[in-house]
Design a protein around this ligand. Structure first.
Ligand code: ATP
Ligand code: FE2
Length: 330
């Protein structure tokens, strides 16, 4: 508490995870989260929102019990304003507004994608990296230029995490499929043929999911997992290499839920090395959605005075990374 940095409460709730954290500069005072796992199929937005509604009071209670100081020491309330599932975003915004009013502290509306980037910039030495952001809802190559995070390339249809989860469901693997596919892939031996789609620095995964699903009847789960990872990660590596060679950035930052995948980490590390760049990845326990990243990004908003009044705090389900004016990087 000796630090002069502001103390920020961060609330994450764009989809499946309710995350609450209190940070101060790079220090994490408390961090709690709870994740919704649908009984079957994908995530139903209304059901996920109901889950968040139940979890936020529990998590907030835990957080406030852990803090060594009173909640009135908190300087700002940051929340994930978008992008994400409408019902989940509205639940999270309602909680954030209530706390902001109760504590009489400024409200800070954070872009979830930029929060994944700012997490990496805060807890790794990456300062001005080329970012490969890989998650369930997004897959983007991002870098900072002239006041904004620019999207150099991105998926033209579904995100890499969504592709992994969708294929996992079809193979009856538990949700989310990503980590299970990672494990099964280690036993794979035969590389099966799949369609490879890349256009400049953008790419597509949905055709590959359809093709992989057709292999299920005649091939082992491990060979399908192995092949799917090899193809999708090769696409991500090719796009990253192209972006690195264009931008000549000195570092690559891998962030988002899929950044937990060790095989992907190794491939991108190799790409970075060949382009004479340093490689950084967010730690596994903070790769997925969490309140810490929202609080880190919120710190920047508070420092640049980007406080939102309650009446202008509507959620933004389709808020893009490159729509945010970034005032905290010169
Ligand atoms: P966003 O709004 O950023 O898209 P999200 O809702 O996808 O967020 P995250 O927690 O950032 O949430 O990412 C979740 C994704 O990460 C899921 O698709 C999951 O399968 C994937 N994932 C988690 N661990 C691994 C892993 N070890 N290998 C591959 N994918 C993983
Ligand atoms: Fe995320």
């Amino acid at each position: 508490m000796a630090s002069t940095e502001p103390i920020i409460l961060g609330l994450e709730g764009t989809a499946h995870t309710a995350g609450v954290a209190v940070i101060q500069g790079p220090q994490i005072h408390a961090n709690e989260s709870a994740t919704y796992f649908p009984p079957q199929g994908g995530i139903h937005p209304r059901e996920a929102a109901t889950y968040l509604t139940k979890q936020f009071p529990i998590l907030l209670k835990k957080i406030f019990q852990k803090l060594q100081f009173k909640p009135d020491k908190i300087d700002g309330i940051a929340f994930s304003q978008g992008p994400g599932l409408g019902p989940c975003l509205r639940t999270t915004a309602t909680v954030a507004r209530a706390i902001s009013l109760k504590l009489n502290k400024p409200l800070l509306g954070v872009n979830h994608c930029i929060a994944h980037v700012e997490l990496g910039r805060t807890i790794t030495p990456a300062n001005d990296p080329l970012v490969l952001y890989v998650s369930g809802g997004n897959t983007q190559l991002i870098t900072f230029l002239n006041g904004r995070y620019r999207v150099l390339g991105e998926t033209l249809d579904i995100a890499i995490g969504n592709a992994l989860d969708s294929l996992g469901r079809e193979m009856n693997l538990p949700h989310p499929g990503g980590p299970h596919i990672e494990k099964r892939a280690q036993q794979g031996k035969n590389l099966l043929l799949l369609p490879y789609t890349i256009k400049g620095m953008s790419f597509s995964f949905s055709g590959m999911v359809t093709a992989a699903k057709k292999l299920i009847a005649n091939h082992s789960t491990s060979d399908i997992c192995y092949s799917f990872q090899e193809y999708t990660f090769a696409i991500l590596a090719e796009a990253t290499e192209r972006a690195l060679s264009c931008t000549k950035k000195g570092s690559v930052l891998l962030t988002g839920g899929v950044a937990a995948n060790v095989h992907l980490q190794n491939i991108i590390k190799l790409v970075a090395k060949e382009q004479e760049s340093l490689f950084y990845v967010v730690p596994r326990n903070l790769a997925g959605d969490n309140g810490v990243m929202i609080a880190f990004a919120g710190t920047h908003l508070l420092k640049t005075g980007e406080i939102i009044p309650i009446q202008k705090s509507q959620v933004k389900p389709r808020w893009r990374t490159d729509q945010v004016q970034v005032g905290w990087i010169s």
